[in-house]
Each structure stands twice: as C-alpha cells, then as structure tokens.
Design a protein around this ligand. Structure first.
Ligand code: CMC
Length: 429
C-alpha cells in the first residue's frame, strides 16, 4: 500500500486500487473496479466484518476510545443538552434545527399523527400472544397501503412528506401494540404535548384516570431514545438501506429494519437481560452464584448486559444512562427484587478482577432494561422501544442512501454447489 494505491497480486498479475480516507482518517481500499480489472474476481467477507457498504456522514463511532457522535456532535452533549426530536432532526437533515425549524418540524409531524381507523382492524386480527415486534413490523408495512404517496419519492419535498408521516404515526403504532397486549382501549394521547411526553401518555393513560407526566421519567425516556437513535451500519440499518436501495417505499424499508432488530443478537439483547435477572430471582436470587457461573469457562452462562463487541473500554451510552437509571429508580421508589439483583450484579462485577481485567462493563442494554422495567413497560416491549429510538437513524440512513443515488444492493457469492448435472426423470431417481 503506498501513495493512496493498494496493489493486489493475483496469479502473478498486479492490480491497483485507490485508497480512500474518511474524515476521521479511516482508510478503505476502493474495490469498485475489482471484477472488471481482474476478469471476475470478487472478495468474500461473511458478516461484512471488513466491508464498508457505503460512505456515510451521519454517525461516527470509535469502539476503542468509547466515542459516539451524531453528525459530529458528541453523544454526551446531545443526551445532556438536546431533546429527542432535535436529535432526530439533526440525524435526518444534518444540522441542529433553529427554534423555528424545530417548531415547524413538530407541527408537521403532529399533523400526520393520526392513523387510518382501518389499521385498528389489522391490529385486532393479531392474537394477544403475538410478539409486539412482529405486530409493529406488520403495521408499519401496512401503513404503505394507507399512504401510497409515500412510495415514489423523487424529490426532497416528497421525502420530507413521507418522513413526517412516519414520525407522526410510528409512536401511535408503538403505543397501540402495547395497549392491545394489555387489553387497553387505543389512545391518541394529546397533540399539545412534546413528542416524548405524548409517547408516554399514549402508552400509559388508563381509561378511567387522568395521566400525570413525571419529568424524571420523561427525561430518562428522552435520553434512552437519543442514545439508541443511530449506531452506523448495524444489522437493521444495513437492512433498511438495502431494502430502500430497490426503491421500495420508506415504510416497507423500515418494516424490514424492524424485523432485523427483533433478533436476540441485535435489539433483542435488552429483553435477554431482564430474562436473565428473572431466572436468577427464580433460582433464589444468589448473585454470587451467577458471578461464579459467568467466570467458569466450563459453563456457557454469560452475564447478559456486560461486555460489547465494539466498545472495548466503555460503552459511552451506558455511562449516560446509568445516571438516568439511578434517578428513575430513586424517584419512583420502585421496590422490585429484580432491580435489587441487577444492582447486586452491577456492583459485584465492577469490582471483580475477572470482569475488570477483561474490561467487561455494563452495556447500554443492561441499564435500558432496568429503566423500562421500572417505568412499567413489559419485557416483550423493550425491543419495540429500541425501534422507536432507532427510527430517526433508519430514516436518516435511508434518505442519505436515496440522495446519494446509491445503486441497488446486490452482493455476489462464491458458488459451492453441484456442477452441471444431467436431469433424471422421476422414475429413474
Ligand atoms: N460474561 C462473562 N464473561 C464474558 C462476558 C460476559 N458477559 N463477555 C465476555 N466475556 C469474557 C469471554 O469469556 C472472554 O474471556 P476469555 O478471554 O477468558 O476467553 C473475554 O471476556 C472476551 O470476550 P469475547 O467473547 O471475546 O468478547 P466479544 O467482543 O466477542 O463479545 C459480547 C462481546 C457483547 C458478545 C459479549 O461480551 C457478550 O456475550 N455479552 C453478553 C451479551 C450482551 O450483553 N449483549 C449486548 C451487547 S450491547 C448491544 C449492542 O449495542 O448491539
């Protein structure tokens, strides 16, 4: 590799490829011309661990240094000083909004926050036992049928209309998904409230009581949504981009992203944390026993919510959310043996040599599950809350992909099946 050129030698023949550099000095070999110049050679990289799928100006993260920035702004500053809707605007349009821009954005979203009443019939058809992520993905896809103009978006203006539509309707679907499961009447909240305040009201308002907002809970949810709003090219985001690259509509692309997020290896981890804590409780609540199991190499048990594939020193999101978790638990005065087990595990792991040596700190999912539980959100809804937070990131990535006129996503493969075979009639097989 020299002078911004990488040389690849195949069967004695040399091929040169440009090296490109990102604004944070990340280096990549541009292999766009690889097949053409080599007569059909491709690269193979299952899981895309070494493959950049795009050039993006939205989110930067450095796992070694524990850095996460949206559009150049530190996640710590955004979580402390901005609200979720401001962050959504920043991610989608690239700049922090002025007061006027933010007001117009919110007004446009509110105008679109009514869902066609027939969507209720679709929701009604699901059994109560349905996982909320499946319901949410289906309803999001169904919205395309009720809003066909959201599909052909050739101008930025068309895109804007589709974006405010989904930002208005998605929280309604999130809330209805939970209320349906709990047998509560569907609610539209109150459009005079802030975006996050209204989400809480839509989810929790009881039919026979006025709903009072708790500022500590609003603040914690606002932060959680900001922290989950984007995380560059992860599984669900890449899914949204690749589905959108076929020019399927925004809502269909988002529905695919929701399905990708559902999996326990991705957004489902926050649910796994609570299920682990519940398992420990049912086994007598002995945290020391489970600490020992986590360290025992002959035992497959791992402490869910500890460690991270990308963040190797600390998860910057976890540092921020731990404070909010302490505030929420303190303020709500929640008495819950599950939360006591969580606190026990956290303090033991932070002082345990095994965990300290391997830099295994609680990750964002450890605390988000605890907060959601304290707020009274059912465990199965945790990944739905993650989806609500990730919505602006998915939209921003979809919009960027369309504006950059990226080609349809179509990976290659190395075929390892049978070579040509003669067809045999069924009587001869
Ligand atoms: N409990 C006990 N030991 C652990 C744990 C854990 N949670 N995580 C890692 N280790 C040990 C592991 O056994 C290994 O030990 P040794 O060096 O003696 O062999 C060492 O720490 C390094 O682990 P690793 O598996 O090489 O680390 P990784 O980067 O491959 O895995 C991880 C990262 C997140 C998959 C893993 O830490 C884990 O399974 N954590 C629990 C699941 C979890 O909380 N997942 C949510 C992650 S946050 C969601 C997101 O942002 O996408």
């Amino acid at each position: 590799m020299s002078d911004n050129i990488a040389t690849l030698e195949i069967n004695g023949e040399k091929h040169e490829f440009p090296i490109i550099e990102g604004t944070e000095n990340e280096i990549a070999i541009d292999i766009k011309k690889l097949r053409g110049s080599t007569g059909g050679v491709i690269t193979i990289d299952p899981g895309y661990k070494n493959t950049g799928s795009c050039q993006s100006g939205i989110t930067f993260l450095d796992g070694e240094k524990g850095v996460l920035r949206y559009r150049g702004y530190a996640i710590e500053d955004l979580a402390e000083k901005a609200d979720f809707l401001e962050v959504a605007y920043l991610l989608i349009f690239g700049e922090l909004p002025t007061k006027e821009q933010l007001e117009k954005f919110h007004k446009d979203i509110k105008k679109e926050s009514v869902v066609d009443d027939d969507v209720k019939k679709i929701l009604d058809a699901f059994p109560k036992s349905a996982h909320p992520m499946g319901v949410l993905a289906s309803l999001t896809n169904a919205l395309t049928a009720f809003n066909p103009s959201s599909v052909n978006v050739d101008s930025e203006e068309d895109m804007y209309k589709a974006i405010v539509k989904i930002l208005g309707k998605f929280p309604v679907l999130v809330a209805w998904t939970m209320r349906k499961k709990q047998g509560l009447p569907l609610d539209y909240g109150d459009s005079s409230l802030g975006y996050v305040e209204n989400v809480l009201k839509m989810m929790f308002k009881q039919p026979n009581e006025a709903y009072t907002l708790n500022p500590i809970v609003v603040n914690a949810l606002d932060k959680l949504l900001i922290l989950h709003a984007d995380h560059e090219q992860n599984c669900s985001t890449s899914t949204v981009r690749i589905v959108g690259s076929s020019h399927a509509g925004l809502f269909a692309s988002l529905a695919a992203g929701i399905s990708a997020l559902w999996g326990p290896l991705h957004g489902g981890a926050n649910q796994a944390v609570l299920e682990m804590l519940e398992g420990i409780r049912q086994d007598g609540g002995d945290t020391k026993k489970y600490m020992a199991k986590a360290k025992d190499k002959s035992d497959p048990f791992r402490l869910m919510g500890f460690g991270h594939r990308v963040y190797k020193n600390f998860d910057p999101r976890a540092t921020i959310i731990k404070k909010a978790a302490d505030e929420v638990l303190g303020d709500l005065g929640v008495e819950d043996p599950i939360l006591d087990i969580a606190k026990g595990l956290e303090s033991e792991a932070l002082e345990d040599k095994y965990f300290v040596d391997r830099k295994l700190y609680p990750n964002v999912d450890f605390y988000s599950g605890i907060i959601y539980r304290a707020m009274g959100i059912p465990t199965e809804m945790f990944t739905v809350m993650f989806a609500l937070g990730r919505l602006p990131g998915w939209i921003a990535q979809w919009r960027e992909m369309r504006l950059r006129k990226e080609p349809i996503g179509r990976p290659r493969q190395v075929y390892i099946g049978e070579n040509h075979r003669e067809f045999k009639n069924i009587s001869n097989r």
